[in-house]
Design a protein around this ligand. Structure first.
Ligand code: NAP
Length: 505
């Protein structure tokens, strides 16, 4: 086995995303590997949602402990891979000029790794410095006495904005779409709770694997519309006070299906925003108007809304103040007005899920290119495999639960499934496994049929590919009615039936 990694060390997302305030949004006790049972007992996380350096330290520790580096070639980018139907091998090219052959290619390129820096007119003229949050300088950036712009108000911006506001002379946040942000409620975890969790890790692992979103939260088994106003308020308060993904994954079961149920939940968050932001005009700008709650990734916040009460923080909202028109030598022109900056931080997200896979320049049977096969959006079988691309697997790829889950749970599920599959291929003397076109078409139809029963398509979200100009509008993940547990069961059933839906040769 040979692993190629573009970075100089392990860590992936936690290697690249070094912006101030970067921390996980899943609770650390379930945002870790579950296959090293001893490490689950030994490792002590410093808080509920640890910061990027701590997560990177953990990943480096795991790599060292299991001697993983010896199989990884660092500082190497894969720039192409082509399937050879004569030899049944993949030819993989790297940016170091190497070409290697492989029976299997496993694309573990991450769903959120291909940075989206908007192609704004004039960026090359800007006299100051600019950074994308996912490519932040390792030495950090000193914002003291600086006039800073943050472009974007997604999960990353919601983490970075309060941090920059502490030291910048002036921080201006450019918002294209307001978001429903929910408190993270970070802090030290009660040592008794840590102890109890360590004593029950087998139970925890079972529960998150069978859960809806890979968390220990389960939906309230009734409609929000059936609850009395008092009961609803109690439940919303409970989830709000719990913090984190309790609000999304543990909400009423019809929150993502019924607009009326969703409105009740959205109104609760809107009230919270109005309570926390002192200037009512700013509060109204921060209140989402164009999409239902939960149809965009819910950012977790710590003092995000209060940051807009500070004298050195200004919100420029595209719909009320005017959209960004261009970058000038001195800063940003929006709504006909020029704002001057020393530093621009682009918290503008990613070409999610399909972007990193297309960047591999994959060619399957008959030289078919992945970007052509996916011209109208992703087509996969189970989000694991692609018809016409034999012996290629994707980890947390498009049309799997991936970004709609606590991602380590989904990563481990795919890794285990693919490992078992390759093992089975060896034992049964098979050389080729390939998704059948019909099974793939049925999977794509299922992905779309389910999402179309929800409110998700009503948002111009990156889940729908709507954040990137020219990207086809298509739902990029998979929303199983029974969550990651239901999806796991389906994948396991396919394997148990001799890999039904695949052609084996
Ligand atoms: P994002 O959610 O896509 O947010 C990007 C922001 O930039 C949005 O507000 C977007 O506006 C804005 N934007 C994009 N292009 C723009 C343009 N040309 N002009 C003006 N504004 C523009 O990206 P992200 O915040 O980096 O988060 C991406 C995902 O990464 C998250 O949803 C989450 O899954 C993951 N993440 C995880 C963590 C964690 O677990 N700790 C932290 C951060 C991020 P629109 O909304 O209008 O498109």
């Amino acid at each position: 086995m040979q692993v190629y990694e573009e970075a100089e060390t392990v860590g992936s997302t936690w290697y690249w995303n070094r912006y101030p305030g970067a921390r996980c949004d899943s609770e650390a006790y379930i945002y870790c590997f579950t296959w090293d049972k001893q490490l689950l007992q030994e490792w002590e996380w410093s808080e509920r949602y640890p910061e990027q350096p701590e997560i990177l330290r953990y990943l480096e520790h795991v790599a060292k402990r299991h001697d993983l580096r010896s199989n990884i070639q660092f500082n190497t980018r894969v720039i192409g891979a082509e399937f050879d139907a004569v030899t049944n091998l993949w030819k993989v090219q790297t940016d170091k000029g190497e070409e290697v052959t492989a029976c299997y290619v496993i694309a573990a390129v991450g769903p959120l790794s291909y940075a989206n820096t908007p192609q704004l007119n004039g960026l090359e003229k800007f006299n100051g410095r600019f950074y994308h949050t996912s490519r932040f300088p390792h030495a950090g950036v000193d914002f003291t006495n600086k006039r800073v712009a943050v472009v974007g108000t997604g999960a990353t911006a919601v983490q970075v904005v309060p941090e920059i506001a502490r030291s910048a002379t002036q921080l201006t946040v450019f918002q294209r779409t307001a978001n429903y942000c929910v408190p993270a409620r970070n802090g030290k975890v009660d040592p008794d709770l840590v102890k109890a969790r360590k004593a029950d890790y087998d139970g925890i692992i079972k529960r998150i694997r069978e859960s809806r979103g890979g968390f220990e939260h389960w939906p309230i088994r009734k409609s929000a519309l059936q609850a009395t106003p008092e009961e609803r308020e109690r439940e919303f308060d409970r989830m709000w006070d719990t913090g984190g993904f309790a609000f999304w994954a543990g909400n009423y079961q019809d929150i993502l299906i019924s607009q009326k149920a969703n409105d009740l939940c959205a109104d609760y968050i809107k009230r919270k925003i109005r309570e926390r932001v002192k200037d009512p005009i700013v509060a109204e700008k921060l209140i989402p108007k164009d999409h239902p709650y939960g149809t965009k990734r819910q950012p977790l916040e710590t003092n995000y809304y209060e940051t807009f009460n500070k004298d050195n923080v200004l919100l420029v909202d595209a719909s009320t103040d005017g959209a960004i028109e261009e970058i000038t030598e001195e800063g940003i022109r929006a709504g006909g007005k020029e704002y001057e900056f020393d530093i621009i931080v682009f918290a503008t997200g990613f070409d999610a899920l399909t972007g990193p896979l297309k960047a591999l320049n994959l060619k399957g049977r008959d030289g078919q290119r992945l970007d052509q096969a996916w011209a109208d959006g992703p087509h996969t079988y189970l989000g694991l495999s692609i018809a016409g691309f034999p012996n290629l697997f994707t980890i947390t790829g498009p049309q799997s639960p991936s970004v709609l889950s606590n991602v380590p749970v989904s990563i481990e599920q795919h890794v285990e499934w693919i490992t078992d599959c390759i093992d089975n291929m060896r034992k049964t003397g098979k050389a080729i496994i390939e998704a059948a076109q019909q099974a793939q078409d049925e999977w794509v139809a299922r992905v779309n049929q389910i999402v179309n029963m929800t409110l998700m398509p009503r948002a111009n979200s990156w889940y729908m590919g709507a954040n990137i100009a020219d990207k086809p509008r298509a739902f990029l993940a998979y929303l199983d009615p029974l969550g990651v547990g239901g999806y796991r069961k389906r994948c396991d059933e396919v394997a148990a039936k001799g890999y039904s839906g695949f052609t084996l040769a």
